[in-house]
Design a protein around this ligand. Sequence first.
Ligand code: NAP
Length: 475
Amino acid sequence: MTETKLFLNGDFKNSSDGKLIPQTNPATEQVFCEVSAASVADVQVAIDGAQQTFEREWRDLSPRKRTDILFNVAKVIRENLETLAQLESQNVGKPISDARDEIALGARVFEYYAGAITKFCGQTIPVARGGFDFTLRQPMGVVAAIVPWNFPFPIACWKVAPALAAGNTVVLKPASQSPLTAILLGQLAYQAGVPAGALQVVPGQGSVIGDALATHPLIRKVSFTGSTEIGSRIMGLAARDLKRVSLELGGKSPNIVFGDADIAQAAASSPMSVFANTGQDCCARSRMFVERRAFDQFVELFIAETKKIVVGDPALDATQLGPLVSANQRAVAEEFIEGARKAGRVIAHGGQRPSPKGFYLQPTIVLGAEPTDRVWQEEVFGPVVCIRPFDDEEQMLREVNASRYGLSASLWTNDLKRALRVSRRIESGVISINSHSSVHVEAPFGGFKQSGLGRDLGMAAMEGYTELKNIYVAE
Ligand code: NAP
């Protein structure tokens, strides 16, 4: 049975005002369930409960016990992997094989932070005065985790696992379009031994409960992933009482291919760097820069590889691209394509709906876009890529960095010196050389400029969920 209620203090609850959010399967366009939408009063209950559990139980639990509980959460996630994957696939149209990988990733995140608890250390500092000086990393209190719909389960785990590992309690708000796996995570974590109240799950409209989460005095940190616009709003609200924030926001990431690279390998690997998750990926390499001497060869191979991508029913194992999450998300992508068409750009592949039913859109390749074009400048968050040639490294780097975003970037070359030189100059938080891999559980993930603030994953995330305290003992 699909759980559709708030998960508060170890139990499922209807929202206090009875409001519901319908859930649509993007592949069929059918509403398949309705989820309780938390009210501001429910958020208050969630935060009060999380604060009580923080003070009474979780903050002072021994590292050993916290470690055991988080390893157990990972185990319970794995035991429920298929249920979680099916829910996610149905809720957002994600291909089932991707959904399975993402649930497994969530389990690995819990394992990493379970192990990190007993390895996360302070320092001893030889202060000039003598005596003994040391630092403690202490939990903050209640953390609000607000997550988007494109990778609902793993991003929830990126926030919940390190926050709990560091001794905080969490109020998790999933996106209205993808609340189902978050609700189940709340229940599974509780079953695995996370005490009642330590992980509260409040599905609900951001426009209704977002301000309450970002301004409540007991919330010590807001950890947000979503659009730059909402991230900026949250930062403004949090600034009132100087809450800590971490923000993982939008992107318009470059993929740079030099002429000396293995062009066949770059072209084979690059389509899924932008089209995976139907382009609904903050790291999507949607601006491709290809050195002119390799441009024609790369584009030809890139188009051929794109044609091989299997678009279709997300429930099938062979499917690589499902529908977009909603009719609205597809309409936004189509508007970008139409704009490019009207400006005389070449749609070298795609641009059409491959099926009359479901929010599908073909992977779309735009050639001839200018740096001033909207489709080159703005995040589409759909399966659309622009490819441009470049002649000069300096000029290319200026264009790469002429973006308000700076999340990730890929770089293809066999010249090590150039790879390192260019990597240093790109204004992005995550760079991949001869690869498109941006996310590693063990390494920091996050952006420069308007792509965000703070880091998810790795030990950097653990630091971000603690306050640093210095203690001095006189001799
Ligand atoms: P969004 O509209 O900003 O929503 C993200 C979350 O914020 C949802 O839970 C949403 O709830 C909530 N929200 C909406 N209005 C709010 C408010 N006034 N106060 C507090 N919370 C509010 O973004 P989206 O369309 O779901 O996600 C796409 C964006 O996320 C893209 O820009 C993408 O690049 C970015 N993203 C970034 C990363 C990264 O790690 N850098 C990862 C994934 C996605 P509702 O659903 O109820 O509106």
